[in-house]
Design a protein around this ligand. Structure first.
Ligand code: KG4
Ligand code: ZN
Length: 345
């Protein structure tokens, strides 16, 4: 198969990113530049769309320049430009799409608009050359869904959250317990030092069939339990905080584990020759969650994959790669490419 080199651009949330990927028989990430904005939004307790859009507009040019320089390529070495066209915050997506259109018009290079979720879902092909069909769990601060990937543009959603994403619940938990953001890693660290049996947390939707999940109840349970402890004792001790984190995380693990088991059962019905289950998204960094999913896979004789963290979280290498796969299927965009804040897979 022909070797293709693409520039990728990503700006759908709070990371400005550019990358160069070369794919042939082998796939190489020639560069991957990610400029986060955590500090810009820290004071507001969440991503502020207006601030994010401005930061993308100011930073994307430099990200692209650095990505090209680090890859050691010029536009003449490229075969195309891929850009996240949605879903995401409209201001940020627009910044990326406008830049990509300008670059495409200026260089004559083909333009390919990419779905951000497809970027995440195709990452195990980028990192491990995984063959279709495989099962994917996307778990981040904004997403939570099980997908069966049948092809580069063929995804079957077999379940997902009906309310909050797990990362959101981790971040809320941290906030309620006075821990800094992003909350996931903090809650995980505290949980490791606590006793999960000390406080009882619900296991939302486990009593119902299917692969849908719900996490807003866990957040509420944490708030209620925290307040009960404060009322009873006049405050939270270090041990209380750790036990709350441990109880919360154990509930999270139990839900993701059981729902993954069900998703795997559904996926295995299609009798894949080399069954594989991959996770992506920031929450996939959680060691307890990873270990639980790995055990389920072992029990069901399915290969388990977790791409390196820098490729699990938002980045442009996955966008460049998804662009190449889309390009191979004959897809091309032009100056009419629009930014789509909502774009289901
Ligand atoms: O994929 P990501 O970088 O951004 C999007 O949300 O798109 O995911 C970030 C989320 C945050 O909510 C963060 O708290 C969570 O992933 N996270 C974790 C861990 N590390 C990051 N959650 C649980 N345990 C972790 N170790
Ligand atoms: Zn993402």
């Amino acid at each position: 198969r022909a070797v293709l080199t693409f520039l990728g651009i990503e700006s759908s949330c709070d990371d400005s990113a550019a990358a160069v990927v070369r794919a042939g028989n082998r796939t190489e990430i020639l560069s991957s530049v990610v400029e986060g904005q955590v500090s810009l939004h820290a004071a507001y307790g969440g991503v502020v769309p207006e601030i994010a859009a401005r930061a993308h507009a100011e930073r994307l040019d430099a990200c692209v320049e650095r990505a090209m320089e680090e890859a050691g390529v010029s536009f003449a070495d490229l075969d195309g430009i891929a850009v996240t066209a949605g879903p995401g915050l409209i201001g940020g997506v627009l910044s990326g799409v406008m830049l990509a259109k300008g670059l495409s018009a200026g260089t004559g290079l083909p333009l390919v608009g990419v779905n951000h979720l497809a970027g995440h879902a195709l990452t195990p092909r980028l990192t491990d050359g995984l063959d279709f069909p495989y099962l994917m769990l996307l778990v981040s601060g904004g997403h939570c869904q099980f997908l069966i990937a049948d092809g580069s543009e063929m995804f079957r959603r077999i379940g997902g959250t009906i309310d909050d994403a797990p990362g959101e619940a981790f971040d809320k938990t941290a906030k309620l317990l006075g821990l800094p953001q992003p909350g996931g890693p903090m809650v995980e660290a505290e949980a490791a030092l606590g006793d999960a049996k000390c406080f009882a947390f619900p296991r939302p939707l486990l009593d119902r069939p299917g692969c849908d999940m719900s996490f807003s109840g866990l957040k509420t349970a944490l708030l209620r339990t925290r307040d009960a402890v404060i009322t009873a004792k006049g405050g939270l001790t270090l041990a209380d905080r750790r036990n709350l984190c441990a109880g919360f995380q154990a509930a999270m693990v139990a839900v993701l584990e059981e729902k993954s088991r069900r998703a795997l059962t559904l996926y295995l019905e299609s009798a894949p020759t080399a069954p594989a289950f991959a996770v992506a998204g920031g929450v996939a960094a959680n060691t307890a969650i990873r270990a639980a999913l790995e055990t389920v896979c072992d029990q069901m004789s399915v290969r388990f994959l977790a791409p390196p963290l820098r490729l699990c979280t938002d980045n442009a290498a996955m966008i460049a790669f998804a662009g190449i796969e889309r390009f191979r299927l004959g897809h091309r965009d032009d100056a009419t490419l629009s930014a789509r804040p909502r774009w289901p897979l």
